[in-house]
Design a protein around this ligand. Structure first.
Ligand SMILES: CC(C)(COP(=O)(O)OP(=O)(O)OC[C@H]1O[C@@H](n2cnc3c(N)ncnc32)[C@H](O)[C@@H]1OP(=O)(O)O)[C@@H](O)C(=O)NCCC(=O)NCCS
Length: 170
């Protein structure tokens, strides 16, 4: 899937699926934007197993953001029982390209793929309790805080586990 979007300044960004040639840039963005860093193999594994739930954003032909997800089975966070659910593993947008809708478009693309391509009924993620920009983004996409996970991160910070129902998503 490829989406073309206009943003507030009148320019454009493109959302498309990750390709293996994007690896170096995605690893760079991950290391620039987040303390949780993953090996190149980890990104490739997700690309190979869930290619349609891994997106990048391009501005002027340059990759400036990504979202990587996986599919799991487990207890539902939005209803009763065991369900197939999407797990957003990592999302980041380079600082100079933030606040123009790229993060939201990446999330919407991943959520649509998790629902339509992988038949997930819900999606969840972990976020630092201090990460106001990300928490606001997820709340605007109807994620709810399910619980707090104490000392989730290596530096001791707590996480919120947030989840959203995908069944009503169009
Ligand atoms: C979180 C992140 C991906 C958002 O990307 P983005 O492209 O700036 O997000 P968008 O422009 O689509 O913003 C969507 C909404 O998120 C919220 N938001 C984004 N940045 C915000 C900020 N600095 N302060 C408050 N709310 C913010 C707003 O609700 C915003 O909607 P609005 O612009 O209409 O008010 C980006 O800040 C980032 O890469 N952060 C570092 C990595 C990170 O924290 N990843 C999440 C780990 S769980």
């Amino acid at each position: 899937m490829m989406l073309q979007n206009s943003f507030k300044g009148g320019g454009k960004f493109i959302i498309r699926n990750f390709r293996s040639g994007d690896l170096e840039k995605v690893v760079y963005i991950n290391r620039t934007c987040l303390p949780e860093n993953y090996s190149p193999d980890f990104f490739i594994e997700h690309h190979l197993r869930w290619p349609e739930a891994f997106y990048v954003a391009e501005v002027g032909g340059e990759v400036v953001g990504y979202v990587m997800s996986r599919v799991e089975w487990g207890w539902s966070y939005v209803k009763r029982g065991i369900v197939k659910k999407g797990h957003i593993i990592s999302i980041a947008v380079l600082p100079e390209h933030r606040r123009i809708g790229i993060g939201r478009s990446l999330m919407v693309s991943a959520m649509k793929s998790l629902k339509d391509r992988y038949n997930c009924g819900e999606v969840y993620l972990e976020v630092r309790v201090s990460n106001v920009p990300a928490i606001n983004l997820y709340k605007s996409l109807k994620f709810r805080i399910v619980k707090k996970i104490p000392f989730y991160y290596l530096d001791g910070e707590d996480a919120y586990l947030m989840a959203a129902d995908l069944r009503g998503l169009d």
